[in-house]
Write a protein that binds this ligand. Sequence first.
Ligand code: ADP
Ligand code: MG
Length: 679
Amino acid sequence: MAAESPELVETWNSFYRRYCKDEVGRIAQGERESLRVFYTDLVQYDPDLADDLLLHPEETLRAAERALAEFDVAADVSLENTSVRVSEFTQKTEIREIRSEDVNKLVSVEGIVRKATDVLPKILEATFECQRCGTLTQITQHGNDFREPHECNGCERKGPFELLHDQSRFVDSQKIRVQESPEGLRGGQTPKKIDVNIEGDVTGEVAPGDRVTATGILRARPQEDSTTFDLYIEGNNVEIQDQDFEDFEITEEDVTRIREIAGRDSLFEDIRESIAPSIYGYEMEKMAMVLQLFSGVTKTLPDETRIRGDMHVLLVGDPGTAKSQLLQYAQKIAPRGIYTSGKGATSAGLTAAAVQDDFGDGKWTLEAGALVLADKGIACVDEVDKMRAEDRSALHEALEQQQVSVAKAGINATLKSRCSLLGAANPKHGRFDKYEGIAEQIDLEPALISRFDLIFTVHDEPDEEEDSRLASHILQTNYAGELSAGGEDPKEAMESIEPDIESELLRKYIAYSRRECHPKMTEDARERLEEFYVDLRSSGSEDVVPVTARKLEALVRLAEASARVRLSDEVAMEDAERAIEVTMASLEEVGMDPDTKEFDIDIIEAGTSHSQRERIRSIKEIIRRIAEDNDEDWAPRDDILQMAEDNGIEAEKVQKELDQLKTKGEIYEPRNERFRVSG
Ligand code: ADP
Ligand code: MG
């Protein structure tokens, strides 16, 4: 390796004297382990030096470290082997824009940490002892392969050698994968990624899901058996960014347009209609999506308890009812949106995973799943009912505490998942039956279902009038697509499906509102929500709990979101009414006992309604009574049906319950059409 140019070392030295006294002091005090050099200081001090750093980072940084080692500090502190780290490097490169011409230059990328390996020691200077003559030989290690001496410096024989750990120099090393963050992507783009190898005091500082700026030297490594190269960054610095939506540029002009829309009488309709213009109908679902995109306000109580402002929405329905399409639209419009399927394209699934794979060369790697990558945004998860078993247990925490804990193979981490979930699920058995409870029809635990603020069901039922309107809408959409593909002007044909507010502007509108508006409840709105909740609680008969306090929190979030749509700092009466309207629409679909037409939270939270539990209890009682009367331990089916009917339970329902009880093992059928209660 060439020696550093003395001139360059001197330039660094005088730079340190002018700009880095404080930073050097921090190192001397033991507050920091490496020297932070602010790039803007460097540009100001000597633009040529800044250029050198950019174009010839390896030698320039080496000179910087040499200069630091020679720098005059308190006598008992050595700055030998202290790293110099470039901070706030202003020349950012987009990960997708990195090209071969950048190789060996200093680059800086922004993104979200997708994976991070364990921190493990890596050897830099290895000291070997010859087992024949005892001479020590030092070998500087580069790259991945561990190098031993060819021959002993003393006796010139080929060893054997022993590595002396305490006379070798090690450094902590870690590999992270940075991928483009959702807000930087135009709706629907697939994120690009780059790996960064880091060493020393910057290791162990970032976790998957963190948004970072990674700065370092771009390197190229040949791919195995190929003439193409992989690019990676030999990391110099990794800094966590914590600003929100900052890098999402919203101009004065945008704000003027946003304010114009906010002032319209038809504000809510216009936004709702712009959500998924090619999808016909679903007004309530789209309104729920609008409110979810704007989100409630997250609050921290004096005792540090956090109340989430994010709301979770679930769409359950028949196949082919445009659920997937709706989710894709939401992702496109969300300032930070991620679209994935519960079946999972990645090993990290929806929450997170600790894996041992190629990435870490056998080291354990922690990888962020969709809900962590969507931190401070919205995760659109299609087929959420098909998620992995590991995700099921982690999802409660992710949705309610908005964090994901991983404890595996020595990895103990808590990742943030402060996002909203928009989920879609298909019914277990083909089609949705609106006379059955929702928990029985989808493959999600009731406890998980109850975490959703709003649930909607979409049915695919033939209806002549509706079908003809839907058909003409779909055909019109396709026609516009054909014209456009054939190079013709689809303007006229597009009219019905062109969004009123184009998606880029709507994205900015949402980001702007979430950043600027933190609405507070007015007295009127508070009273209205309270009155609604109390009325709802007292509706229905004894023993039935219509809703729990969770619904009240959901109502608050919805009302706040509604105020944000209006860009208002106050939650007004109209926001409370809108929250109630959407909540009622959802409850009528999934929270109502089809038998009694009463609201019953148990349908969602326990999976069976109060009336159904009563019915099951009666049927079991009937089986026992008939068995006892007959002096047997079983009852014939016909007798059961007869006695149940005398007690006002329809035969069809009895049959259904018998089937289910049998599946659950609560009753047996020891012989055809003879039933026995277990236990
Ligand atoms: P799902 O995910 O519910 O199974 P998809 O989103 O895959 O359904 O939709 C299937 C197809 O049907 C899509 O091409 C979609 O555009 C069309 N479709 C279904 N319902 C509607 C609707 N209401 N308006 C417009 N297109 C619809
Ligand atoms: Mg689908």
